[in-house]
Ligand binder design. Sequence first.
Ligand code: SF4
Ligand code: SF4
Length: 346
Amino acid sequence: MSVFKKIAIADLDKLFAKTSEKMSIYVPTDNKDGDAVYTEWKDGVKLSDAVNTLRSAKDFFFPQTENLAGFKLVGKTIEMYRTAEEKEDFVLFGVRACDVKSFAILDSVFLADPVDTFYAARREHGIVVALACNDANDTCFCKTFGIDPAEPGADVSAWKNADEMFFKANTDKGAAWLASVSDVLEDAENGEGVVADVKQSINEMMSTLPLSGLTTESFDGKNLLEAFNSPEWKDLSSTCLGCGTCTFYCPTCQCYDIREFDTGNGVKRFRCWDSCMYSDFTKMAAENPRHTQLERFRQRFMHKLVYYPMNNNGVYGCVGCGRCLAKCPISMNIVKVMKTVGKEKA
Ligand code: SF4
Ligand code: SF4
């Protein structure tokens, strides 16, 4: 039996419908502004052709806000109760290789001891179907960080040509999902050859991108002080608005704040994304360790390019998705930092 399964692109709705009989399936679909956003599939929702989604897929595992616990008065005692953790399986369809890699970075934070049980429950129940990138944006540079958009990984990898989509399971969870939708899939005896051709054209396309030659040579962990003390940070950060847009679009940023609010009949504890670009981030009773926007700006990029790889076997904290290149209101981004502080070539 072939390791590949396939379906005609024209029949993808059948695959989504079959999945939705048992669990929710989220697919990138175009919104009214033409941006691809993850949407729960129902009749009429069409898979977007966009290279990547506006917001990254991290929202499914690390949502922008969530309640963690509640407190209520029972007589003279305060009772604490847990809020719900993810219990239902769901499919996240069409995730690109850069965002797949971002999950490994988030895992290294949230699944390290002590494990974040809210995140762990979502990871356990989420089945990620990754789709190879037949196209790319000029802002894409995943290859700089060793990510292969032709081999996207995850629970199931998918590739498509003009007429068909091919699937291969990489994990038990992925194999179980493919088995559950086998009625609408065919064995793909031609899978090996077609997928090899798709991979070759992806590799050819990637080598033509404007950032295809961007290197990380200066950020090898040996020049920490040189990078930290670079005089270039002053100019780079001088117009940064501290808006945090770059951190909120970033699939690998994982800073958060925890607060409580009064519901009127109790207290709820929630967490929400935070940003190292904000002036009150890590503010403590004693003082704020980073007083200026220069220090905050430098922290964000030093973390992704120097501190994180030094502590994670050389894996960088950026996956080259290009979202910050497209979204920063002053057109500042990690590529400019790499080229200026590290003198990297592109
Ligand atoms: S680098 Fe750009 S997006 Fe990020 S905080 Fe500064 S102005 Fe905002
Ligand atoms: S720093 Fe920018 S390019 Fe890198 S992962 Fe974050 S948003 Fe994407």
